[in-house]
Design a protein around this ligand. Structure first.
Ligand SMILES: C[S@@+](CC[C@H](N)C(=O)[O-])C[C@H]1O[C@@H](n2cnc3c(N)ncnc32)[C@H](O)[C@@H]1O
Length: 324
C-alpha cells in the first residue's frame, strides 16, 4: 500500500495544481456552485472537471452536496486570494518545478540539473513565486522575530531577501533598526511593492545584487540568510559566510534560517527532499546538516554557534553565530 501511495503521490499534486490554475478555489470563495456553472466559468470539459472536483473532495479540499461544490474551511483559508493566509502562489511555484522533477533520473545519472531555478521565469511566474514566498514568510515571521533579539542593533542585512518580508517584519518590531535587503534585480520589483505596502521605504533599502560576486557592504549588526544556503555549493556558502563576517560589526549575529538535516542526516523528510529539489534545479546546491552548517560557520570565525528547531508553523532550523 505504501509503495502505491508514494509512487502515485504526484497524482494528488497535479490535481491541486490544476484546480489552483483553473481558479476553482477563488470561484468558490464564500459561495457554492454546481458543476455546470463551474464548467462554464473555468471554460473546461464537464466530464473532466467533474473527475477533478471529485478527487479534490476526496482529498479534503472541497465539500460537495450532489453536483454542488463549496470550499471547506481549509481551502477557504489557504487557497482563496481574499484570505490573508493565501498560499496559492506556493502551489504555482511547485507546479513550475513539476517538469524538472520528471528529469530526476537523468540528473542523478549525470550530475546535471534538469532545470535552472528562476532563470527562465516569466514575469507572471516570478510574481507567483515571490507572492508565495511572501505569504509563507508572513505566517512564519513572528516565530523568527520573537526568537532572535535584535534590541540595540541598527543595521540588518537580508541576503537573498526574495520578497523582503522578514526584513520588513524585523524593522516593524525594532524601531531603531534599518535593513538592506539584497536580491536579483528582477525580484526586487515585487519586494518594492511589499516594502511600500508596509510603509517601510525609509527603513528597508532594496539593493539589486548577486551575493556571490557583489560586496555586502559594512556596518552590519545582523545578517539574515533565510532559505537560500541550500541553493549553493559548500564552496560558495563558505565564501559567502566569509563575506558576511567581514561586513559585520563586533558582536554582530548571523542567522541562518534553513531546511537543514539533523546531524545524523536521517531526516527531516522535507529537508531531505529539498536537497533533491536543489540537485534538480541548481548547479551545486544540496541540503546540509546542522553539523555541516555549524562547521562552516566555525571555519570562518563565528563563535557561540547554536542550532535550534523553530516553533510551528515555521518548518526551519535556526543556526546562529556571533562575531566577537
Ligand atoms: C528560496 S528564496 C528565499 C527568499 C527569502 N530569503 C525568504 O526566506 O523568504 C531564495 C532567494 O535567493 C535569491 N537568489 C538566488 N541566487 C542569488 C544570488 N546569486 N544573488 C542574490 N540573490 C539570489 C532568489 O532570487 C530568491 O529570492
Amino acid at each position: 500500500m505504501r509503495v502505491m501511495q508514494v509512487a502515485s503521490a504526484y497524482w494528488q499534486s497535479c490535481a491541486l495544481h490544476a484546480a489552483n490554475r483553473l481558479d476553482v478555489f477563488n470561484l468558490l470563495d464564500g459561495q457554492a456552485k454546481d458543476l455546470d456553472t463551474l464548467t462554464r466559468e473555468t471554460e473546461s470539459d464537464r466530464r473532466c472537471l467533474g473527475a477533478l472536483l471529485s478527487a479534490l473532495v476526496s482529498m479534503d479540499f472541497l465539500d460537495r452536496d450532489g453536483d454542488t461544490f463549496r470550499n471547506n474551511d481549509f481551502s477557504q483559508t489557504f487557497l482563496t486570494q481574499s484570505s490573508k493566509f493565501y498560499q496559492g502562489g506556493i502551489v504555482y511555484m511547485f507546479e513550475n518545478w513539476y517538469e524538472a522533477w520528471g528529469g530526476l533520473y537523468n540528473t542523478v545519472k549525470t550530475g546535471t540539473p534538469s532545470a535552472l531555478m528562476h532563470q527562465a521565469y516569466s514575469d507572471e511566474e516570478t510574481r507567483n513565486y515571490m507572492m508565495g514566498m511572501h505569504n509563507r514568510a508572513l505566517s512564519q515571521s513572528d516565530v523568527l522575530t520573537d526568537m532572535i533579539d535584535l534590541s540595540g542593533k541598527t543595521q540588518l542585512m537580508d541576503v537573498g531577501c526574495g520578497p523582503a518580508t522578514f526584513a520588513v517584519k524585523f524593522c516593524e518590531k525594532y524601531d531603531g533598526l534599518k535593513a538592506v535587503a539584497m536580491d536579483r534585480e528582477q525580484n526586487l520589483e515585487i519586494a518594492k511593492e511589499i516594502v511600500d505596502q508596509y510603509g517601510m521605504q525609509d527603513r528597508v533599502e532594496l539593493r539589486a545584487g548577486d551575493y556571490n560576486t557583489d560586496s555586502l557592504g559594512s556596518g552590519n549588526d545582523a545578517m539574515l540568510l533565510s532559505s537560500m544556503t541550500n541553493q549553493e555549493s559548500p564552496e560558495n556558502i563558505k565564501k559567502l559566510l566569509r563575506k558576511c563576517y567581514e561586513s559585520m560589526n563586533k558582536d554582530g549575529v548571523i542567522m541562518i534560517q534553513e531546511q537543514l538535516l539533523h546531524a545524523d542526516k536521517k531526516g527531516p523528510q522535507l529537508a531531505a527532499l529539498i536537497g533533491v529539489n536543489q540537485i534538480i534545479n541548481t548547479v551545486g546546491g544540496s541540503s546540509y546538516s546542522t553539523a555541516e552548517m555549524e562547521a562552516m560557520l566555525r571555519e570562518v570565525g563565528f563563535v557561540d554557534i547554536e542550532s535550534r528547531q523553530m516553533a510551528p508553523p515555521s518548518p526551519f532550523i535556526m543556526v546562529t553565530g556571533y562575531k566577537r
